[in-house]
Design a protein around this ligand. Structure first.
Ligand SMILES: Nc1ncnc2c1ncn2[C@@H]1O[C@H](COP(=O)(O)OP(=O)(O)O)[C@@H](O)[C@H]1O
Ligand SMILES: [Mg+2]
Length: 320
Protein backbone atom coordinates (compact mmCIF):
# COMPACT_ATOMS: atom_id res chain seq x y z
CA UNK A 1 0.00 0.00 0.00
CA UNK A 2 1.35 3.50 -0.73
CA UNK A 3 2.61 5.14 2.42
CA UNK A 4 0.07 7.94 2.45
CA UNK A 5 -2.87 5.59 2.18
CA UNK A 6 -1.42 3.39 4.87
CA UNK A 7 -1.19 6.36 7.21
CA UNK A 8 -4.80 7.22 6.58
CA UNK A 9 -6.18 3.76 7.24
CA UNK A 10 -7.94 3.64 10.60
CA UNK A 11 -6.00 2.02 13.42
CA UNK A 12 -8.99 2.06 15.75
CA UNK A 13 -12.49 1.45 14.42
CA UNK A 14 -15.47 1.42 16.73
CA UNK A 15 -19.03 0.46 15.78
CA UNK A 16 -22.01 0.89 18.08
CA UNK A 17 -19.97 -0.02 21.12
CA UNK A 18 -22.19 -0.34 24.16
CA UNK A 19 -21.73 -1.21 27.83
CA UNK A 20 -24.61 -1.89 30.15
CA UNK A 21 -24.13 -2.33 33.92
CA UNK A 22 -27.31 -3.91 35.23
CA UNK A 23 -30.04 -1.57 34.01
CA UNK A 24 -27.67 1.36 33.48
CA UNK A 25 -26.21 2.09 30.04
CA UNK A 26 -22.75 3.58 30.63
CA UNK A 27 -21.69 3.58 26.96
CA UNK A 28 -24.44 3.91 24.40
CA UNK A 29 -23.77 2.89 20.77
CA UNK A 30 -20.54 4.82 20.26
CA UNK A 31 -18.96 4.79 16.79
CA UNK A 32 -15.78 6.48 15.55
CA UNK A 33 -12.45 5.74 13.96
CA UNK A 34 -8.93 7.01 14.55
CA UNK A 35 -6.11 7.20 12.01
CA UNK A 36 -2.48 6.32 12.54
CA UNK A 37 -0.54 9.04 14.37
CA UNK A 38 -3.66 10.89 15.37
CA UNK A 39 -4.17 12.39 18.84
CA UNK A 40 -7.82 11.84 19.56
CA UNK A 41 -9.29 13.39 22.70
CA UNK A 42 -12.29 12.25 24.69
CA UNK A 43 -13.98 15.10 26.49
CA UNK A 44 -16.96 15.01 28.77
CA UNK A 45 -18.11 15.36 32.36
CA UNK A 46 -17.45 12.81 35.09
CA UNK A 47 -19.50 9.69 34.59
CA UNK A 48 -19.92 10.30 30.85
CA UNK A 49 -18.47 6.89 29.97
CA UNK A 50 -14.93 7.78 28.89
CA UNK A 51 -13.05 5.31 31.10
CA UNK A 52 -15.53 2.53 30.39
CA UNK A 53 -15.04 3.02 26.63
CA UNK A 54 -11.26 2.99 27.01
CA UNK A 55 -11.32 -0.15 29.12
CA UNK A 56 -13.35 -1.96 26.46
CA UNK A 57 -10.98 -0.78 23.72
CA UNK A 58 -8.01 -2.02 25.77
CA UNK A 59 -9.50 -5.52 25.99
CA UNK A 60 -9.88 -5.17 29.76
CA UNK A 61 -13.68 -5.03 29.97
CA UNK A 62 -16.11 -6.99 27.82
CA UNK A 63 -18.60 -5.05 25.74
CA UNK A 64 -22.37 -5.61 25.96
CA UNK A 65 -22.83 -5.12 22.22
CA UNK A 66 -21.18 -3.53 19.23
CA UNK A 67 -17.67 -4.11 17.98
CA UNK A 68 -14.28 -2.52 17.72
CA UNK A 69 -11.05 -3.24 15.96
CA UNK A 70 -7.89 -2.02 17.64
CA UNK A 71 -4.62 -2.34 15.76
CA UNK A 72 -6.04 -5.12 13.61
CA UNK A 73 -7.56 -7.12 16.44
CA UNK A 74 -11.18 -7.59 17.42
CA UNK A 75 -11.75 -6.50 21.02
CA UNK A 76 -14.46 -9.11 21.56
CA UNK A 77 -12.70 -12.09 20.00
CA UNK A 78 -9.02 -11.22 20.50
CA UNK A 79 -8.76 -9.24 23.75
CA UNK A 80 -5.40 -10.82 24.58
CA UNK A 81 -3.82 -9.69 21.29
CA UNK A 82 -5.35 -6.25 21.79
CA UNK A 83 -3.77 -5.99 25.26
CA UNK A 84 -0.36 -6.90 23.86
CA UNK A 85 -0.47 -4.31 21.10
CA UNK A 86 -1.52 -1.30 23.14
CA UNK A 87 -0.20 0.78 26.02
CA UNK A 88 -2.65 1.84 28.73
CA UNK A 89 -2.25 4.43 31.41
CA UNK A 90 -5.21 4.12 33.74
CA UNK A 91 -6.95 6.97 35.46
CA UNK A 92 -5.20 6.34 38.76
CA UNK A 93 -1.69 5.55 37.59
CA UNK A 94 -1.39 1.85 38.21
CA UNK A 95 2.14 2.00 39.62
CA UNK A 96 3.10 0.12 42.76
CA UNK A 97 4.02 2.88 45.19
CA UNK A 98 5.92 0.59 47.55
CA UNK A 99 8.17 -0.70 44.79
CA UNK A 100 11.21 1.17 43.50
CA UNK A 101 11.23 2.81 40.09
CA UNK A 102 13.33 -0.04 38.71
CA UNK A 103 11.04 -2.70 40.21
CA UNK A 104 7.97 -1.10 38.66
CA UNK A 105 9.66 -1.09 35.28
CA UNK A 106 10.67 -4.73 35.67
CA UNK A 107 7.13 -5.66 36.71
CA UNK A 108 5.43 -3.94 33.77
CA UNK A 109 8.15 -5.17 31.40
CA UNK A 110 7.28 -8.69 32.55
CA UNK A 111 3.59 -8.13 31.92
CA UNK A 112 4.46 -7.24 28.31
CA UNK A 113 6.84 -10.18 27.96
CA UNK A 114 10.09 -8.22 27.97
CA UNK A 115 13.20 -9.74 29.51
CA UNK A 116 17.00 -9.70 29.42
CA UNK A 117 18.78 -7.32 27.08
CA UNK A 118 15.61 -5.90 25.52
CA UNK A 119 14.13 -5.10 28.94
CA UNK A 120 17.38 -3.41 30.01
CA UNK A 121 17.47 -1.33 26.82
CA UNK A 122 13.84 -0.29 27.07
CA UNK A 123 14.18 0.42 30.80
CA UNK A 124 17.01 2.86 30.25
CA UNK A 125 15.23 4.53 27.31
CA UNK A 126 12.10 4.98 29.42
CA UNK A 127 14.05 6.27 32.43
CA UNK A 128 15.73 8.86 30.22
CA UNK A 129 12.40 9.89 28.67
CA UNK A 130 10.82 10.24 32.11
CA UNK A 131 13.78 12.20 33.50
CA UNK A 132 14.31 9.46 36.09
CA UNK A 133 17.85 8.33 35.28
CA UNK A 134 19.67 8.09 38.61
CA UNK A 135 16.44 7.47 40.57
CA UNK A 136 16.31 3.73 39.83
CA UNK A 137 16.19 2.67 43.46
CA UNK A 138 13.92 5.40 44.76
CA UNK A 139 10.57 4.28 46.15
CA UNK A 140 7.89 5.19 43.62
CA UNK A 141 5.54 6.61 46.25
CA UNK A 142 8.15 9.21 47.20
CA UNK A 143 8.40 10.66 43.67
CA UNK A 144 6.56 13.90 42.83
CA UNK A 145 3.20 13.60 41.07
CA UNK A 146 4.78 14.71 37.82
CA UNK A 147 7.55 12.08 38.00
CA UNK A 148 5.06 9.35 38.88
CA UNK A 149 3.03 10.42 35.89
CA UNK A 150 6.01 10.17 33.57
CA UNK A 151 7.01 6.83 35.07
CA UNK A 152 3.46 5.56 34.49
CA UNK A 153 3.68 6.70 30.88
CA UNK A 154 7.09 5.02 30.62
CA UNK A 155 5.68 1.75 31.95
CA UNK A 156 2.83 1.94 29.44
CA UNK A 157 5.23 2.27 26.49
CA UNK A 158 7.95 -0.20 27.54
CA UNK A 159 6.94 -2.58 24.76
CA UNK A 160 6.75 0.27 22.21
CA UNK A 161 3.05 -0.13 21.45
CA UNK A 162 1.75 1.51 18.27
CA UNK A 163 -1.43 2.54 20.10
CA UNK A 164 -1.67 4.35 23.39
CA UNK A 165 -4.69 4.88 25.65
CA UNK A 166 -4.21 7.59 28.26
CA UNK A 167 -7.01 8.08 30.77
CA UNK A 168 -6.77 11.50 32.43
CA UNK A 169 -2.99 11.24 32.54
CA UNK A 170 -2.50 14.83 33.66
CA UNK A 171 -4.85 14.94 36.65
CA UNK A 172 -3.08 16.21 39.74
CA UNK A 173 -0.01 17.41 37.85
CA UNK A 174 1.25 20.99 37.81
CA UNK A 175 0.84 23.10 34.62
CA UNK A 176 4.50 23.07 33.59
CA UNK A 177 4.73 19.30 33.91
CA UNK A 178 1.47 18.99 32.03
CA UNK A 179 2.99 20.98 29.21
CA UNK A 180 6.09 18.75 29.17
CA UNK A 181 3.86 15.70 29.15
CA UNK A 182 2.06 17.02 26.09
CA UNK A 183 5.38 17.59 24.35
CA UNK A 184 6.13 13.89 24.88
CA UNK A 185 2.73 12.87 23.55
CA UNK A 186 3.04 15.03 20.47
CA UNK A 187 6.50 13.68 19.79
CA UNK A 188 5.21 10.11 19.97
CA UNK A 189 2.31 10.91 17.67
CA UNK A 190 4.72 12.42 15.16
CA UNK A 191 6.48 9.05 14.95
CA UNK A 192 3.17 7.37 14.09
CA UNK A 193 1.89 6.30 17.50
CA UNK A 194 -1.90 6.57 17.66
CA UNK A 195 -3.15 8.15 20.86
CA UNK A 196 -6.55 8.23 22.52
CA UNK A 197 -6.51 10.50 25.55
CA UNK A 198 -9.11 11.76 27.99
CA UNK A 199 -8.76 14.99 29.88
CA UNK A 200 -10.95 17.50 31.56
CA UNK A 201 -8.49 20.32 31.03
CA UNK A 202 -10.04 22.20 28.15
CA UNK A 203 -6.77 23.95 27.32
CA UNK A 204 -5.19 20.54 26.75
CA UNK A 205 -7.99 19.45 24.50
CA UNK A 206 -6.82 22.10 22.05
CA UNK A 207 -3.72 19.98 21.42
CA UNK A 208 -5.82 17.12 20.08
CA UNK A 209 -6.25 16.66 16.35
CA UNK A 210 -9.87 15.69 16.82
CA UNK A 211 -12.16 15.56 19.79
CA UNK A 212 -15.13 13.41 20.67
CA UNK A 213 -17.57 15.01 23.12
CA UNK A 214 -19.19 12.39 25.35
CA UNK A 215 -22.26 13.02 27.43
CA UNK A 216 -24.42 10.42 29.14
CA UNK A 217 -22.66 7.57 27.36
CA UNK A 218 -23.25 9.02 23.91
CA UNK A 219 -20.83 10.57 21.49
CA UNK A 220 -22.58 13.88 20.90
CA UNK A 221 -20.06 15.48 18.54
CA UNK A 222 -16.78 14.65 16.88
CA UNK A 223 -14.53 17.04 15.00
CA UNK A 224 -11.44 19.24 15.20
CA UNK A 225 -11.39 21.69 18.14
CA UNK A 226 -11.85 24.58 15.75
CA UNK A 227 -14.82 23.06 13.93
CA UNK A 228 -16.50 22.06 17.19
CA UNK A 229 -16.39 25.62 18.48
CA UNK A 230 -17.68 26.88 15.18
CA UNK A 231 -20.55 24.42 14.90
CA UNK A 232 -21.73 24.51 18.48
CA UNK A 233 -21.83 28.23 19.10
CA UNK A 234 -23.34 30.61 16.58
CA UNK A 235 -23.97 33.40 19.06
CA UNK A 236 -21.92 36.29 20.42
CA UNK A 237 -20.45 35.17 23.71
CA UNK A 238 -20.22 37.61 26.62
CA UNK A 239 -18.56 37.01 29.94
CA UNK A 240 -19.88 38.84 32.99
CA UNK A 241 -18.13 39.19 36.30
CA UNK A 242 -20.68 39.74 39.05
CA UNK A 243 -20.10 40.37 42.76
CA UNK A 244 -22.90 37.88 43.46
CA UNK A 245 -24.66 35.30 41.31
CA UNK A 246 -27.70 35.33 43.52
CA UNK A 247 -30.84 35.38 41.39
CA UNK A 248 -28.79 36.27 38.31
CA UNK A 249 -30.38 33.76 35.95
CA UNK A 250 -33.90 34.58 37.13
CA UNK A 251 -33.31 38.27 36.61
CA UNK A 252 -32.06 37.63 33.08
CA UNK A 253 -34.75 35.19 32.05
CA UNK A 254 -36.75 36.19 29.01
CA UNK A 255 -34.15 38.80 27.98
CA UNK A 256 -34.63 39.40 24.26
CA UNK A 257 -31.63 38.08 22.32
CA UNK A 258 -30.31 35.90 25.17
CA UNK A 259 -30.26 32.33 23.87
CA UNK A 260 -28.45 30.53 26.68
CA UNK A 261 -26.31 31.05 29.73
CA UNK A 262 -23.93 29.03 31.83
CA UNK A 263 -21.67 29.46 34.79
CA UNK A 264 -18.01 29.38 33.90
CA UNK A 265 -15.98 29.13 37.07
CA UNK A 266 -16.79 32.32 38.93
CA UNK A 267 -18.17 34.08 35.87
CA UNK A 268 -21.38 34.03 33.89
CA UNK A 269 -21.37 33.32 30.16
CA UNK A 270 -24.21 34.67 28.05
CA UNK A 271 -24.79 33.39 24.53
CA UNK A 272 -26.59 36.18 22.70
CA UNK A 273 -28.06 36.33 19.20
CA UNK A 274 -25.42 37.80 16.90
CA UNK A 275 -25.34 41.56 16.81
CA UNK A 276 -28.01 42.05 19.47
CA UNK A 277 -25.71 43.61 22.05
CA UNK A 278 -22.47 45.47 22.36
CA UNK A 279 -20.50 45.11 25.60
CA UNK A 280 -21.87 48.49 26.66
CA UNK A 281 -25.50 47.82 25.81
CA UNK A 282 -25.45 44.39 27.46
CA UNK A 283 -23.94 45.78 30.63
CA UNK A 284 -26.55 48.50 30.68
CA UNK A 285 -29.43 46.06 30.07
CA UNK A 286 -28.23 43.67 32.75
CA UNK A 287 -27.84 46.50 35.26
CA UNK A 288 -31.33 47.70 34.44
CA UNK A 289 -32.58 44.29 35.50
CA UNK A 290 -31.08 44.86 38.91
CA UNK A 291 -27.76 43.02 38.61
CA UNK A 292 -24.51 44.59 39.67
CA UNK A 293 -21.90 44.00 36.92
CA UNK A 294 -18.20 44.40 37.71
CA UNK A 295 -17.03 43.64 34.24
CA UNK A 296 -18.44 42.61 30.85
CA UNK A 297 -16.44 41.32 27.90
CA UNK A 298 -17.02 39.88 24.44
CA UNK A 299 -14.87 36.72 24.47
CA UNK A 300 -13.78 33.97 22.05
CA UNK A 301 -15.54 30.63 22.35
CA UNK A 302 -13.63 27.96 24.28
CA UNK A 303 -14.15 24.22 23.95
CA UNK A 304 -15.92 24.23 27.29
CA UNK A 305 -18.44 26.77 25.98
CA UNK A 306 -18.88 24.66 22.86
CA UNK A 307 -19.55 21.59 24.94
CA UNK A 308 -22.01 23.31 27.25
CA UNK A 309 -23.90 24.86 24.34
CA UNK A 310 -24.05 21.62 22.40
CA UNK A 311 -25.43 19.67 25.35
CA UNK A 312 -28.02 22.43 25.99
CA UNK A 313 -29.12 22.41 22.36
CA UNK A 314 -29.48 18.66 22.31
CA UNK A 315 -31.48 18.69 25.54
CA UNK A 316 -33.75 21.37 24.06
CA UNK A 317 -34.30 19.28 20.90
CA UNK A 318 -35.10 16.23 23.00
CA UNK A 319 -37.66 18.11 25.06
CA UNK A 320 -39.26 19.39 21.88
N1 LIG B 1 -18.29 -1.61 37.15
C1 LIG B 1 -19.30 -0.74 37.13
N2 LIG B 1 -20.51 -1.07 37.61
C2 LIG B 1 -21.54 -0.20 37.58
N3 LIG B 1 -21.46 1.05 37.07
C3 LIG B 1 -20.27 1.44 36.58
C4 LIG B 1 -19.13 0.58 36.59
N4 LIG B 1 -18.09 1.25 36.01
C5 LIG B 1 -18.56 2.46 35.69
N5 LIG B 1 -19.86 2.58 36.02
C6 LIG B 1 -20.72 3.75 35.79
O1 LIG B 1 -20.68 4.06 34.43
C7 LIG B 1 -20.70 5.47 34.23
C8 LIG B 1 -19.52 5.89 33.38
O2 LIG B 1 -18.34 5.77 34.15
P1 LIG B 1 -16.91 6.13 33.57
O3 LIG B 1 -16.72 5.40 32.28
O4 LIG B 1 -15.92 5.88 34.64
O5 LIG B 1 -17.08 7.68 33.27
P2 LIG B 1 -15.94 8.78 33.00
O6 LIG B 1 -14.65 8.09 32.82
O7 LIG B 1 -16.43 9.52 31.79
O8 LIG B 1 -15.95 9.66 34.22
C9 LIG B 1 -20.71 6.09 35.61
O9 LIG B 1 -22.03 6.43 35.94
C10 LIG B 1 -20.19 4.99 36.50
O10 LIG B 1 -20.72 5.10 37.80
MG1 LIG C 1 -12.90 8.31 33.84
Amino acid sequence: MPKRLEQQAPVIEVHDLTKVFGRFTAVDHISFSIRRGEIFGFLGPNGAGKSTTIRMLCGLLSSSSGSANVGGFDINRQPEQVRQSIGYMSQKFSLYKDLTVEENIAFFGGVYGLAGKRLAERASAVMAMAGLSGSESQLTGTLSGALQQRLALGCAILHEPPILFLDEPTSGVDPISRRMFWDLIQEMASTGVTILITTHFMDEAEFCGRIGFISGGRLVALDTPRALKHQSVDEDLFELTLPSFRGALEKLSGLDGLRASSYFGSRLHLFCRRGTFTVGSLKHTVQERGLDVQRAELIPVSLEDAFVRLVQKQAAEKNG
